[in-house]
Design a protein around this ligand. Sequence first.
Ligand SMILES: NC(=O)c1ccc[n+]([C@@H]2O[C@H](COP(=O)([O-])OP(=O)(O)OC[C@H]3O[C@@H](n4cnc5c(N)ncnc54)[C@H](O)[C@@H]3O)[C@@H](O)[C@H]2O)c1
Length: 389
Amino acid sequence: MKAKKPIRVGMVGYRLMGRAHSHAYRDYPFYFDTEMIPQLQGIAGRNEAEVRAAADKMGWASYETDWHRLLERDDIDLIDIVTPNDTHAEIAIAAAEAGKHVLCEKPLALSLPQAEQMLEAVNKAGVTHMICYNYRFSPAVQWAKKLIDEGRLGRIYHIRATFLQDWLMDPDFPLTWRLQKKISGGGTLGDLGAHLIDLARFLVGEFQEVTGMMETFIKKRPLGTMTDNLKGRAVSDQWGEVTVDDATLFLARFHNGALGTFESSRFSRGNRAGNRFEINGEKGSLRWDMENLNNLQVYLHEDEPGLQGFRTINCTEEEHPYAGVYWPAGHIIGYEHTFINLVSQMMDGIAAGYNPQPNFEDGVKNQAVLAAVEESVQTRSWVHVSSFQ
Ligand SMILES: NC(=O)c1ccc[n+]([C@@H]2O[C@H](COP(=O)([O-])OP(=O)(O)OC[C@H]3O[C@@H](n4cnc5c(N)ncnc54)[C@H](O)[C@@H]3O)[C@@H](O)[C@H]2O)c1
């Protein structure tokens, strides 16, 4: 039996992603045979009553009302950032300078230059870093990656990917941080499109050029704040301007010659979390849908005529990455397990002193695609995605 080593986590923020990450740290050693044991050491938030309640509910040993305090503590090894996007850079850079490992929610930053500064800081400090593009860690997506890497699909021609939601369609839904560009950096593109970009980079390859269009369907909303689970509450009778997109569509060409279409929207009635992709290659196709995340649909053209068709593989067998640590075959896992799998990579990286993927370099490459799509919308043209050395 391996000696256990605690990894003492300090987390900034405690709401939607705070819950997902707290749960992942708690459950990771339950399922994985690991020497690294995350400890919920300290949580930070600005409102004392709320952060204390969050610490009690989620099992954190202590709380702070100023995140800088977590960085000053020598009983914290890893800083986890689950706050709105305008805070990521300041916290991540300060955490790296304090010698802490960093796990940051997506998108990495508000802009490409800011993301590059974050990468420079973690590289300079030599700490382990990851960005939380968690959908890569569904066993079915990992299996898709393996099939593509083995050449089962042959040359990849297309990816079409959508992330469709409908929680913002009520015109009275308040103007929360996600709808303010200065805090979020962008609307559905940075929130949902960033996940699609990560899946496409993981499965298809690097983006070469993009062209897109965006729309903000509801231009003004009552001022308000997020509560939990993508809900909001009005905080005044004043209204403010929505400064981000409600929907973004873009086309892409990849360096390997593949083509892609991407659609992110919060105005797709009936779609709660329609995070889906289809990939078509010369020898086969794959389909995945987050709302049914254990399943991968696979079409292989080498199948006998008459038996050809999409088959549904329930990726819960021992062969499927991560699936074996959970339950017997057919006993499905859920959204939260993608975060546990991601945490397992972070812990392996800290133990062995390397940066698992996706890390801040992936965050920068993703941000470069986001920036190119935005520029293409403004200039109504095709824009090359800046290459990263
Ligand atoms: N990986 C995913 O699937 C996924 C899903 C949702 C959100 N996210 C990302 O996670 C991050 C947080 O999103 P969320 O949905 O949890 O947000 P949220 O609004 O539910 O929670 C934000 C938390 O940050 C705290 N906070 C806000 N401003 C702060 C500040 N200036 N200093 C310190 N704390 C502050 C709030 O009190 C709250 O605890 C964002 O970057 C978002 O893009 C990722």
